[in-house]
Design a protein around this ligand. Structure first.
Ligand code: ARG
Length: 122
């Protein structure tokens, strides 16, 4: 529970950091860093509730069991809602629907019609 998380002072988030732009790793000065928009999201969330963030990187297939057995507090891993998963875990509200768009200038709309149009030969 949120109260327990505040008591222990850490939010333990499980993710499979192999899924850009949601969560992935970069190397900075030889150190592995977790990045991606869900990483930013959970960092801010930990900050908001005033606890330290601990990220546990694991196989995507291990996440649900880790949550059920209390090894992690939350999963943030680009995991979609399915009826099967809903049987064992409680999903938050949707914060990213995947329904996002690139925008181009209107005058280019006949030139840039598909990803192929961007191959340098428009
Ligand atoms: N969106 C897919 C699902 O819910 C795949 C998510 C994979 N995520 C990851 N961090 N590797 O099953």
């Amino acid at each position: 529970s949120l109260q327990k998380i505040k008591q222990k002072g850490t939010l333990v988030v499980g993710m499979s950091a192999d899924y850009p732009p949601y969560e992935f790793t970069t190397k900075e000065h030889g150190k592995t860093k977790y990045v991606g928009f869900e990483v930013s999201l959970v960092k801010q969330f930990a900050k908001d509730i005033g606890v330290k963030l601990v990220i546990k990187n694991m196989d995507f297939d291990s996440l649900l069991v880790a949550l059920e057995t209390g090894k992690i507090d939350v999963i943030a891993s680009g995991m979609n809602i399915t009826n099967e998963r809903k049987k064992s875990v409680d999903f938050s509200d949707t914060y990213y629907s995947g329904d996002s768009y690139f925008l181009i200038n209107k005058s280019d709309k006949d030139k840039l019609v598909s990803a192929k149009s961007f191959n340098g030969k428009t």
